[in-house]
Structure formats: structure tokens, C-alpha cells
Design a protein around this ligand. Sequence first.
Ligand code: GLU
Length: 476
Amino acid sequence: MSSAREPSFRESVDLMFNRAVRLMDLSPGLEEKIRVCNATYTVRFGVRLRGQIHTFTGYRSVHSEHMEPVKGGIRYATAVNQDEVEALAALMTYKCALVEAPFGGSKGGLCIDPREWEVHELEQITRRFAYELIKRDLINPSQNVPAPDMGTGEREMAWMADQYARMNTTDINAKACVTGKPLNAGGIAGRVEATGRGVQYALREFFRDSRDIEKAGLSGSLDGKRVIVQGLGNVGYHAAKFLQEEDGCIITGIIERDGALVSAKGLNVEDIRAWIAQHQGVKGYPDATYVENGSAVLEEECDILVPAVLEGVINLDNAANIKARLIIEAANGPVTAGADEILREKGVIIIPDMYANAGGVTVSYFEWVKNLSHIRFGRMQRREEEARNQLLVAELERLSDYMGDTWSMTEDFKKKYLRGAGELELVRSGLDDTMRTAYQSMREIWHSREDVSDLRTAAYLVSIGKVAASYQAKGL
Ligand code: GLU
């Protein structure tokens, strides 16, 4: 958060929760039970590295256990603290409820700058952190299932899963103890791209309803929309890439750690990603204008703004200057409660984090199910499906021969139709369905209730309603 006037991240989430819960008919006791974070575990551990002992501080926070396991990523960043981890854990509860992933909410973090350490050192630190969490069932396939977040990825998840397996040698479901693993270590196709893909599916669903497009003061489809993306990390990169390559969006701004690139004719996401990998930043990239004060580009003219890095980047200091008509929160908590109010008054539409970035946990859910069922999705059906399609194509070809040359199938259609769905197609289909259904549940409230003027409140109403029902069913 940039301003002293601003509440903390966790308070900001609570304020948004309170705003929504006022419109519901929950008992004050249940309301409080849902709002609070159940427990936060803090651990400090030492690792001998480079000839001396280094002490690290880590957290795992469990917000709600109305369903178990609880779910949520583990973040590696120097700014990690208890308040942040608790806010993120709360968002996980609401996110999972909204997209009907059968989990409670949790989140973890380690205060570390991963770029300061060699890979083998990071492995030692990660294994030690995982050991501390596993010992207390804070990593466990049936109780608490971490995943990647900022600063972590497949590699860290593979180390954690292996650490769990070493400590639980007879657990047949050991692989389900974390998600976001590499494919060859029990991962699932499409998990790395999942959050960015979810952002794309969310925008597609938004643009399917002319009333929503109108509310944002936009028109037409995604094609040709000017998009500014903050952060070309895993989420921002995939979202920007898919929107550019598949939906015709023009990426007019990319904001990174060392500044921003802007170009009215559009930036090539793939090229810039490669440039960053080589030069550790965007500066010097030839085909765009470089802006040293990157965050100023958040205030540039555009149709859609995609903050995909950190919480609190749109706050009391800059909210009034935002010119985008539509903001999609690819990061968790990028808009503070105060900024949310300013933007609402300006008529800016915000697709809220708990929905917009839920693609990650959705595909994590598929991965967890895959691990528990010990079989890849599509393995049984794929060839059978292809054989049936082949049967139909052969029959149609026979008929077409019989009728002379009056019609025929195109080769492209045949190729596509004949191919049975593999794991990646099934994952994308499941993700698409999840993102559409969850959006529709928000949309219904947004359009039908006069006291609900924004999508965030609608999202809270849906998710709090689900969590409440689950507590009530337990007799609470
Ligand atoms: N860290 C991601 C999130 O914030 C993914 C969590 C998960 O897959 O469990 O949603």
C-alpha cells in the first residue's frame, strides 16, 4: 500500500467483505466466524549456507476449514508478512467457494528474495521450509495442499512433493500434497498457463453480454481492445499472450520492475518476454517507448487494465487518474478498498481477483483429483472417442461417394473432428466451464439486485453464501 491513509491488505479485504455481508442475512456470529482467519503458523528456521547459518521466516495461514483440504499457494518475497498471508488466505476461501473448488482457504509465504540464491541453495531452503510445514500437517494431501504463487513455480513444488514423499513413505496419495508440480512429477497439462488462461476466459465471458460491455462504456468484442498489463510474470505473460494471439487485443503497455514499455500500435508479448529473460528488464527494448516510472503507465489511456503483480498497486494515490474502463484483477488485491470506492464512483468496472485469477486454483483442483485417481485425464476415453468419430466420418464419406461430388468434408474439419480430447483439451474445457459458470453466478446478482452495483460485491455474495451454507450444514 502506498499511502499511510490506506488500511493494511487484510483490513482492505475485511472492508470489502463487510460491505458485502451487510447485504446478506447472516447471524453476526456466523459472519464473524467466516471473516476471521482460523490460524497462522509462523516458523523461523536456520539453514547453513555459504559457511554460515541463515535464519528464514515463513508462514502458513489457514483462513477457513469449512472444507478440507485447505488450499492456496506459497509465495517467496521479501515483503511477505503475516497480514499479507492472512489476506491472501481469506481470498483463497472466497475464490474456491466461488468457482466450486471443494477446498477451504489457506496461504503461505517465505521472506526471501529468490534471486539472491543459487538453485541448490533454494532447494535446501525449500526442503527445510516444507519439512517444518509437513511436520505439522500444514502440507498434507487431505488437510493442506499448497501450490505456486509469486516467486515459486513447478520446481519448488517438485521439491516440496518429494520432501513429503520422503517423510511419508507409505502414503499412496503423497503426490496430491501440493499442486503445480511439473508434468513428470505428477503435475497436470495446462497448470502453468492456467491463471492467465482463466483471465482470458473471464474476459471472453464478460464480452458475451452486451449489458456488461455497456456498463463499462465499451462496445464490440475483445478484438482490437487496447490492453495495459502490469507484470509479465507467469500470470501476466500468459494472459497478455493469449489475449494478443487469440482474441485480437492490442497490448499497448507492459509495466515491469525496471520501467514500462508503451506502443500505440501494440507490443509483441513473446518478443518482450524473451528480451526480459536476456536483459533482466524491459529497458533498451527496441520496438517501443521506454517509460522509467513504470507505475505511471497504469494511468495511461486504454480499454482494459490487467494488474498482474502485487496487492495495493491501485490505491488512493492513483485511483482517480485511472483511465481504463475495465480492470481485471489478475493479481490478488491490486485495488485497495479505498481505490475500489473511487473507481466505482467513476463507473470503472472491476472484475475482482477472487474470480479473475481463480484459473490457477481451478486447474490445481483438477491436478489434485488426477493425483488421487492415479490416472491421467482422457487416458481411457481418447481412442474410443476417436474410433467413434472415425466411424461417422467413414460413413459420411461413403454417402458422399454414393451421391457423387455434391458435397465433401474439408480436410481441416476432418482432422479436428477426428482428434479425441487429451488431458490439455479436457483441462481447458473444465477451466472454461468453471470460469463461465462462476461469472454467470456473479452476473445474475449484479443485474438483478438493485443494492449490488459492482461485480466484487456480487462475487462476495455468491462465495460467502456458499461458505455460510457449508458451515450451517455442519451445524454451526
Ligand atoms: N497461488 C494461486 C492463487 O493465488 C494458486 C493457488 C492454488 O492453486 O492452490 O490462487
